[in-house]
Design a protein around this ligand. Structure first.
Ligand code: OAK
Length: 816
């Protein structure tokens, strides 16, 4: 009997769809589940009651999904990710359950507006940036595409800090996102797992390969899950999040009784620290250990859960890979590879070769970077202490792998050294990316250029050995969240233009807008939508060109290049106040890693420049710099619809893909950008005449570096560049930015000065286009029209067909 039959079998009523029925259930949630009355309900009671009522509307679909998946015993996709940036849940779940309108009516009974309640919705802070938001878009699209899938992650207490500005610089505070509870979460204590750390291994009599691992510390993993509904379909998948807990034995009752309160709980505290924060500072040995502990915790809990689920329906290990595909979201979950080997060999007693064959066919790996500093390696001695059995397994994997290389390239010792999973430097280290390539069936980059550069540079030896293993899957974004929810005005206009809203899960249909790109009435409305969004954002004059750079702060992304442009504009306007200047609002938002001083200095300089301009009566009518604090998914959803210009100005070859670039183009912002990441594919689709290109390409950039780059040449030669840098050095912006100038003139790792003039030229082209509103509007419409490819639904279709080889499972509608 499946869950669907269960509900009907016990005569449970079906939840109603009318306003009255919804209101009844809302009042019932308030009364019975929050334990309060309308008269005494706080705003939070109202929020929670509404969330529970909406969640209930998805529960049926979830039960039917589980039943349908169980019955068809498909190949499941398991997505392992250290980060999820799911965004606010209430509005999304109202949309995906089709209850937005009835809810808006029903909440009146609580004496509150829907908007007021939505404002209380706190987004789960479980990620840092692009990788985490991509994971959220992909799970959305897996559900929308009816792919049986579970996302696994960690339920961090503090997944990301709250950013504020103090004296113009970034200050960090903890973001206790679940402080008020999280009504979207279902605890699942029955599926709790036990995870070991430290200890030693012992031989097992009569076996060469099997070992017994005797851990020195045991931690519990407690799961809970959040619902991930598909749009326009019945499927509701889940994201399962693990939280670390000390076992009962970790509480020392006798010490507590003796008044040693801190000592009594120290073991439990140590256990719970595993899910305390995302990416704990790894500048200390303890920090590094905690990171690896976290990664293993995620993988060990998830793999045991995956195996448990497999065994519900299957009994033969030979079927495991046919029923299971585990996608590794970058290298953070790579320890899952030796962990699966350990489970299969040591615990389930498979022989090594069979276990290895299963493992290799079960995993696939997505790489999200090219930056060498982001390619993880762990000291061998750390592994030895924390995960002794895994290190033995990695050694054996490596030995057999290097034999394979030796057989293909006899005598090429250099190659063996380069490819080894163990790096032999001053300190021997485990190279997680190598392990990830060796232990998986497919490896992909996240945009065409990125995948190509992976094959040509960091993973070249591996691509030589296994060319067929390497693929590209270009990233995408959810059109539901980033158009429909974020930009309802534009969504309505598009729906009107196309005649229906089918584009929301068939985004290539946006191409039909092309025929409206010259329609004067439509263009007028398109402009009006953008203007209204700017009024809502209230960042600056809605008639000014809203120029946005929203992303993590990193030198490779080159916020400093944007800033040099701003300083040059400031100087130009001051020199010629009567000039015909295009008014601009330049909006920055983004967080810097707390220990990344250079990035934090750039934030400081942005705010100092902004203050100087704001205080200058000559320049301020034309130029305004805004820094929006605490960039997160919710803030992105407010800024993106209001953007005219999208800054995608990373040094070519450094940004793996970018996804903000897609969201902005989709919302009709024009891009000024380099030939980097997915910018290249955006430009190819929207048309080069509708994209402002500048700068060196990835090969030219590499050549400049090889020939010996001297940033000072640009400084000496370009008088405006010199003036901008000199103004910083002279302390014109409250003394901020001198270290930046030193690094730019000293080595300028990301070729900021080399691209400066080309960037300024592109910005002049931007202003020429802006002065012709009809031209700009046409370009804007065409950007939206040709961004359909960048739906994460397409990304998932690519993964499903080319990497996972899985088919959708249709969840039947409930009998009426
Ligand atoms: C985070 C940690 C380690 C390695 C990579 C990341 C990461 O966030 N990478 C970003 O992933 C996005 C999704 O694929 C890309 O769009 C960004 O270009 C990339 O920087």
């Amino acid at each position: 009997m499946g869950p669907m039959d269960l509900r009907q079998g016990i005569g449970l009523r079906r939840l109603g769809t009318t306003t009255d029925e919804f209101q009844q259930d809302l009042l019932s949630s308030l009364y019975y589940r929050r334990g309060t009355t309308v008269e005494s309900a706080s705003a939070h009671d109202a929020y929670d009651a509404l969330a529970l009522t909406v969640r209930d509307r998805l529960a049926d679909r979830r039960a039917r999904t589980a039943a349908a998946h169980y019955a068809s015993n498909p190949r499941w996709v398991y997505y392992l990710s250290a980060e999820y940036l799911l965004g606010a849940q209430l509005e999304q779940n109202l949309l995906y359950s089709g209850t937005g309108e009835v809810a808006a009516q029903a909440v009146k009974a609580l004496g509150r507006s829907l908007q007021e309640i939505e404002d209380l919705d706190v987004e789960p802070g479980l990620g840092n940036g692009g990788l985490g938001r991509l994971a959220a878009c992909l799970v959305d699209s897996m559900a929308t595409r009816d792919i049986p899938a579970v996302g696994y992650g960690i339920r961090y207490d503090f997944g990301i800090f709250k950013q504020s500005l103090e004296n113009g610089g970034q200050a960090e505070r903890p973001d206790d996102w679940a402080f008020q509870g999280n009504p979207w979460e279902f605890p699942a204590p029955d599926d709790r797992q036990t995870v070991g750390f430290y200890g030693h291994t012992e031989p097992i009599a009569g076996s060469q390969t099997r070992k017994r691992w005797v851990p020195g510390e045991i931690v519990l993993g407690e799961p809970s899950h959040m619902l991930v509904p598909g749009y326009g379909t019945e499927t509701v998948n889940i994201v399962r999040l693990w939280r670390a807990r000390g076992s009962e034995a970790s509480f020392d009752l006798s010490r507590f009784s003796a008044g040693q309160y801190a000592e009594a709980v120290q073991e439990a505290v140590r256990a719970e620290n595993i899910s305390k924060v995302l990416y704990p500072d790894d500048s200390t040995e303890l920090g590094r250990e905690l990171r690896l502990k976290q990664q293993y915790f995620l993988c060990s809990c998830s793999l045991r859960d995956i195996i448990r689920r497999f065994r519900l329906r299957n009994s033969d290990w030979a079927d495991f890979a046919a029923k299971t595909i585990i996608q590794l979201n970058d290298t953070h979950p790579t320890i899952a590879i030796p962990e699966l080997m350990r489970l299969l060999v040591d615990e389930y007693e498979l022989d090594w070769d069979q276990a290895w064959s299963i493992t290799r066919r079960t995993f696939a790996y997505t790489c999200h970077t090219l930056l060498p500093e982001a390619l993880e390696t762990w000291p061998v001695h750390l592994f030895e202490r924390l995960l002794p059995r895994h290190l033995e397994i990695i050694y054996l994997i490596n030995l057999l792998f290097l034999r394979e290389v030796e057989a293909r390239f006899p005598g090429d010792n250099d190659r063996l050294r380069r490819m080894s999973i163990i790096g032999e430097g001053d300190e021997r280290r485990v190279r997680m990316a190598h392990l990830a390539v060796v232990g998986t069936e497919a490896v992909n980059g996240v945009a065409e250029l990125h995948s190509k550069l992976l094959r040509e540079t960091v993973l070249q030896d591996f691509a030589d050995l296994w060319p067929a293993k390497f693929q590209n899957v270009t990233n995408g974004v959810s059109p539901r969240r980033f158009v429909k929810l974020a930009n309802p005005r534009l969504a309505d206009l598009i729906t009107e233009g196309l005649g229906d809203d089918g584009w929301l899960n068939d985004l290539e249909r946006l191409a039909e807008l092309e025929s409206l790109a010259d329609d004067a009435a439509f263009m007028e409305r398109w402009r009006a939508v953008k203007r209204a969004n700017k009024v809502d954002l209230a960042a600056g004059d809605p008639d000014s060109l809203t120029d946005v750079m929203i992303k993590r702060f990193h030198e490779y992304k080159r916020q400093q290049l944007k800033l040099l442009h701003v300083i040059t504009m400031y100087q130009r306007i001051r020199q010629n106040p009567a000039g015909d200047w295009v008014p601009r609002t330049v909006l920055f938002a983004g967080k810097a890693a707390p220990a990344y001083h250079a990035a934090k200095n750039i934030i400081r300089l942005i705010n100092a420049v902004g203050a100087t301009i704001a205080a200058d009566p000559v320049v301020s009518p034309y130029l305004k710099v805004v820094f929006a604090e605490n960039y997160n998914v919710t803030l992105a959803e407010r800024i993106i619809p209001a953007a005219d210009l999208s800054e995608q100005i990373s040094l070519a070859g450094k940004e793996a893909s970018g996804t903000g670039n897609m969201k902005l183009a989709l919302n009709g912002a024009l891009t000024v950008g380099t030939l980097d990441g997915a910018n290249i594919e955006i430009r190819a689709r929207v048309g080069e005449e509708n994209f402002f290109l500048f700068g060196l390409d990835a090969y030219q950039a590499a050549e400049v570096q090889i020939r010996g780059y001297n940033p000072r040449e640009h400084y000496e030669w370009d008088t405006e560049l010199k003036a901008a840098l000199d103004a910083i050095t002279a302390g014109r912006f409250d003394g901020a930015g001198r270290e930046l100038v030193d690094s730019l003139l000293g080595w300028d790792e990301y070729l900021t000065l080399a691209d400066y003039r080309s960037y300024l030229d592109a910005q002049e082209e931007v202003e020429r286009a802006w002065r012709d509103p009809a031209r700009w509007t046409r370009m804007s419409i065409l950007n939206t029209a040709h961004s359909g490819f960048f739906s994460s639904d397409r990304t998932i279709a690519d993964y499903a067909a080319r990497i996972w080889r899985v088919a959708p499972v249709t969840v039947p509608k409930e009998d009426q």
